[in-house]
Design a protein around this ligand. Structure first.
Ligand code: GAP
Length: 507
């Protein structure tokens, strides 16, 4: 099976109507994308999988849909106005802009990767402690030293030190090859806009950079109206906006994207226990999709955000390497306590078992819907070498997520075959999105359905008119079987059933 790189995924998404660059007729808008007819179906299926497992199947989690615009003080309280920024550096020769932290992290990663190869040759296990790996490999040790320096600088917010490290470790611009850098400066990632028609009285607003704050400010509304008892969660799916600097990775890093977030409110002191529980629940959700377990891993944050007392990412092996797919954060009582302070309104919970009021602690699970889309695409898109020497492009999607669940194809466009096929198609539409197609040879139509990830194709031929049987072709094995029309609905329904996927994720 041929390796699929990011460029192939981008091209496939465009050619088959999954994702288009935004405003393409005007030469695109950087790091903004539009989902096409099949992309939106896949995205909706991912949302459904998440929403059902997180909200509908959990008695103690409810959903909301908060507005994108929020009172501007929200972002002062949450810390986004003061500290939601990336450290920027420009190369003076190429004028290319980089994130200074990313340059350093990539250098650390390079040292470590080189070190691991050296260690493998020496027979040192990759499970050895960091200290032992550092002792056995010079490069690994360099990685550890730079990492320690970088964390120290990050914790102190020392941008001068970032630049010194970039210079000391001779990091060069990938375009000009030069080490001629500007100073490092902070760049706030929030998009600002205005509310109100009069310039002088308009209020400055931000497009929300995360959906979580809509949950925090509604904590009491939801707790009271839903009569929720701690521990309980509030979930939502919605758009978020960030003026990303490094944005060259398709839907992995976008300026407008969607998040699926859940804040779980717990008794203070129990948050780390819940943090561990949520890590395992979320990993199971990911694995239920049939992912190879070594394509997913936890990555612990060494440098914690100002609001967290524990944080780990679930990383996935994207074609651009292991990268963050989902974040699981123990956010303490930071957000609620800050909103309480800035709003002057009590955001407390009365715990009748303890007979005590407190500001709950929060464990958050936060996944980018677009990253999840890219992950599903990356692991599903395959280029297969067939026995007859042909290659076939197939999108091996988990059937419950497939944009089209079943295609109905009359073998010929005559002899009453289209009428019979449409009859079957009308019946199958109740299972999910069905597709009817009569153009092109049957082989070509199969290939198109493979490329769109359709789990089953039903072919109607002359024999169908005689005995009500059809050919059902399975996408992955390409096996074809003759079955009675009455059996088709059950076969397809069983295969594409979201509930089967949910059972794997939850039981
Ligand atoms: N409320 C916590 C929060 O927003 P985050 O780690 O900044 O945490 C959570 O973001 C998730 O949102 C990430 O794991 C990623 O999947 C997704 N995400 C973040 N920035 C993104 C971007 N620019 N484009 C696409 N997805 C993004």
């Amino acid at each position: 099976m041929a390796e699929i790189d990011l460029q192939k995924i981008v091209s496939h998404c465009k050619e088959y109507g999954f994702v288009f660059p935004s405003s393409e007729i005007y030469d695109n808008l950087g790091a903004v994308y539009d989902y096409g007819p099949f992309g939106v179906e896949l995205k909706n299926a991912i949302k459904e999988y998440w929403w059902k497992s997180m909200v509908q199947m959990n008695d103690n989690i409810v959903g909301i849909d908060a507005a994108i615009f929020m009172h501007p003080t929200t972002w002062k309280a949450s810390g986004h106005v003061d500290s939601f920024s990336d450290p920027l550096i420009d190369n003076k020769d190429s004028k290319k802009r980089y994130r200074a932290d990313v340059l350093l992290e990539e250098k650390i990663e390079k040292f470590k990767e080189k070190g691991l190869k050296e260690l493998a040759k020496k027979g040192v296990s990759s499970d050895a402690s960091e200290e032992d790996k550092g002792k056995a490999s010079r490069d690994y040790n360099k990685g550890l030293i730079l990492e320690a320096e970088y964390i120290k600088a990050a914790e102190a917010g020392d941008l001068k030190r970032y630049k010194e490290l970039i210079e000391e470790y001779e990091i060069a611009c990938e375009v000009s090859g030069s080490k001629n850098w500007t100073e490092v400066r902070q760049f706030n990632l929030m998009f600002a806009t205005k509310l109100g028609s009069l310039e002088e009285s308009a209020t400055d607003l931000f497009l929300r950079p995360e959906t979580a704050q809509g949950i925090f400010v509604n904590f009491l509304n939801v707790q009271k109206t839903g009569r929720m008892k701690i521990p309980f969660g509030i979930a939502q799916i919605g758009k978020a906006f960030r003026n990303e600097i490094v944005a060259r990775q398709f839907v992995f890093r976008m300026r407008e994207f969607e998040q699926m977030e859940m804040q779980f409110f717990v008794r203070p002191g129990t948050e780390l226990e819940w943090f561990e529980k949520w890590k395992q629940i979320r990993l199971k959700w990911h694995l239920a999709l049939g992912t190879q377990s070594d394509d997913l891993r936890f990555h612990k944050h060494e440098k914690l955000a100002h609001y967290a007392n524990a944080a780990e990412d679930i990383q996935f092996r994207f074609p651009i390497g292991f990268k963050e797919l989902e974040g699981i954060h123990s956010r303490t009582d930071f957000d609620l306590a800050e909103h309480q302070k800035f709003s002057g309104k009590k955001l407390q919970y009365f715990d009748s078992e303890l007979n005590q009021n407190y500001v709950p602690y929060v464990v958050e699970t936060s996944i980018g819907l677009d990253r999840m889309f890219l992950r599903v695409m990356s692991e599903s898109l395959k280029e297969e070498q067939l026995e007859n020497g042909d290659t076939r492009i197939v999108l091996n999607l988990p059937p419950a997520l497939a944009p089209i669940k079943v295609a109905v194809l009359p073998l010929l466009k005559k002899d009453g075959l289209p009428d019979k096929a449409k009859e079957i198609y009308n019946q199958l539409r109740f299972i999910g999105r069905a597709f009817y197609e009569e153009k092109d040879s049957i082989g070509k139509r199969y290939r198109r359905m493979d490329a769109l990830g359709t789990p089953y194709c039903i072919t109607v031929d002359h024999q169908t008119l005689e005995d009500n049987t059809v050919t059902i072709r399975e996408r992955d094995s390409m096996a074809q079987e003759r079955v009675h029309i009455d059996q088709v609905e059950e076969i397809v329904r069983k295969k594409v059933d979201m509930n089967e996927l949910l059972k794997k994720a939850m039981i």
